[in-house]
Write a protein that binds this ligand. Sequence first.
Ligand SMILES: [Zn+2]
Ligand SMILES: [Zn+2]
Length: 383
Amino acid sequence: MGKLLINIILMILVTLPARSDTFLISLFNEHSLSAIVVSADRGTYRLVADGNDEGVYGENDILYITMHGDSLLIRNQSGRIGVCSAASFNEIDEFSVFSLRPADPVTERSFYFGSLDISVEFGRLRIINRVDEHNYLAGVVEAEAGTGWPRMFYRVQAIISRTYLYGNISRHADEGFHLCDDVHCQVYKGRLSGNETIYEAVSLTDRLVIVTEDNSLITAAYHSNCGGQTVNSEDVWLVHRPYLRSVNDPYCLNSRNAVWEAGINTDKWADYLRRMGFAMVAAKPDPQLFAFRQQVRRSFYNIGDVSIPFRILRNDWGLRSAWFDIRVANPSDRLLIRGRGHGHGVGLCQEGAMEMAARGYNFIDILQFYYTGVKIKRYEDLF
Ligand SMILES: [Zn+2]
Ligand SMILES: [Zn+2]
């Protein structure tokens, strides 16, 4: 079957997720791997190479899969299995787990549920994990939020990740998979700790998604800590979303990422501003010129009649957030940056949501606090 035809069929298949859907996730999508080591960590798998059954592989077997021109060279502990253009490592037993270790370049091993399809594309290995929604979402929730938080917070995060999955199902359709495993989509590192609380959160929120008044899936943006006030979407991305409004958040103020400090060399700051068009910044300016306070979030840093968006300053200087004050240190060759929050500040504040969860709010309360005017519905009820 031609690649174009396959892609057209995939585009049709990927538009509406059904309950039992398997998703195709491109692993190590941002890496150019040319060799991997695959083995069964739990259960058994069948190796299929160009449609041929190459036997069953269990827990003590190891497969070495290397790029060989446009083909794959597959070996096991006892030697060469063969060369093929595409290979699959298909789970036989439900709940099997395989491990995958990049061997060129070498990185650490990860563990995955589901099955694996490998081929060569654009001079690199194309590695696709076929995984069910439950295990995919549990992996994403743990990768995006870590462990040790209140149960209700994981339900919030599970609904956000599911809303993203359904809303972006066609994002990589022309490449023949649903989502990649990197920040471009949602970070997915397979099975991490296997934390039961996270799997339970995914089950208990089964099919729930966040929608607008007219039943459209929302862009469920979130960040680590807003510092006490979230941001309107258009102030960061220039796109207005009615549900991504600035809200005052009293819940995250005592959390880990609520405040931060940094120092910047005064001369470097002056050089930077001159490059950015602040021509009136003299060769030896009075450092007090640079002082600025943001008691509430502001969009622009102003000197004289020139201004620059704080989101640009944040990006160019690698600062933790765009909400910060600038004071002149003593001696004045340094500027003291005091900031609030961590991340872009749009949508849900994770540390605030964790605190709301700890105080007994439910997932609807929490999602409706951060996403203005939204509803939480079952996916089936949208049509
Ligand atoms: Zn992606
Ligand atoms: Zn917050």
